[in-house]
Design a protein around this ligand. Structure first.
Ligand SMILES: NC(=O)c1ccc[n+]([C@@H]2O[C@H](COP(=O)([O-])OP(=O)(O)OC[C@H]3O[C@@H](n4cnc5c(N)ncnc54)[C@H](OP(=O)(O)O)[C@@H]3O)[C@@H](O)[C@H]2O)c1
Length: 231
């Protein structure tokens, strides 16, 4: 049975990805900061008691990541999905940069995905699908920078893209497919109510991209329609 390990699984895109993988009878290792208050994940647990496990993971806490590794041991992980992210709204515009907010976003959006990939690399290498999926954003594309602010957020996703491009080279010989994925503009707490896509639509497209991905695609930055986004 294939296995997904995903961060930020209690709401938004993370929750929807859990739902869709469970519907396809994957084993899902869902992580979130506060399992006690993750009511929508608990509902899924009632529906899929054998397939779903829920674990505490504040992604910027190295002890939490190591504890999860201890719990999972050598379990093969077909897809490690680094989904958790923050927007850093208080550091979005020129003239409002805030080092504390920015550094916190950098930890969550850049360093934590790197740590997850480092700690779980052998679990992914020992699986069938061997995918490290990372939720990036078109906002991290320097080539496609538009006029709105989001400066701190954009910079973290640009940095994440570099991590992905570099890690993809390191892990290629293990057969690991390392991906940067843009989920579209999605109606979540982060994306807001006016966004283009529902979480259902976005997750369907993301899963299609991952299903079609092979080692030839490692280190690529995919848009939601499967096209390539310029860095
Ligand atoms: N929505 C969009 O339009 C859009 C577009 C491009 C990229 N993205 C990316 O897609 C991913 C998911 O976004 P979303 O729209 O689903 O956002 P969301 O609804 O705001 O959900 C964010 C998720 O990340 C978790 N999270 C934040 N900080 C964390 C931390 N330190 N440790 C563990 N979990 C943490 C949140 O957990 P809590 O509930 O505990 O806060 C929540 O589960 C993010 O990486 C985002 O940058 C989204």
């Amino acid at each position: 049975m294939p296995t997904l390990l995903i961060t930020g699984a209690n709401r938004g895109l993370g929750l929807e990805l859990c739902k869709q993988f469970l519907q396809s009878e994957w084993k899902v290792i869902a992580t979130c900061r506060n399992p006690e208050s993750a009511t929508r994940l608990s509902v899924l647990k009632d529906k899929y008691p054998k397939l779903l496990s829920i674990h505490t993971l504040e992604v910027s806490n190295g002890d939490h990541i190591n504890e999860l590794k201890t719990q999972l041991g050598e379990t093969p992980i077909d897809i490690l999905f680094n989904n958790a992210g923050v927007y850093a709204a208080e550091s979005a515009e020129f003239g409002s940069s805030d080092a504390v907010v920015w550094l916190d976003a950098f930890k969550v959006n850049v360093i934590s995905p790197m740590k997850m990939m480092e700690v779980f690399v052998e679990n992914v290498a020992n699986s069938d699908r061997k995918i490290m999926a990372n939720m990036s954003s078109k906002m991290g594309s320097i080539a496609e920078t538009s006029t709105d602010g989001s400066i701190a957020y954009r910079s973290t996703k640009s940095a994440l893209n570099m991590v992905i491009a570099r890690v993809a080279l390191d892990l290629k010989e293990k057969g690991i497919i390392t991906l940067a994925l843009h989920p579209g503009w999605v109606r979540t707490d982060m994306g807001g109510a006016n966004a283009d896509f529902s979480t259902e639509e976005s997750a369907i497209s993301l899963i299609k991209i991952m299903n079609n991905a092979s080692i030839k695609d490692t280190g690529k930055f995919f848009d939601i329609d499967g096209s390539i986004i310029p860095w």
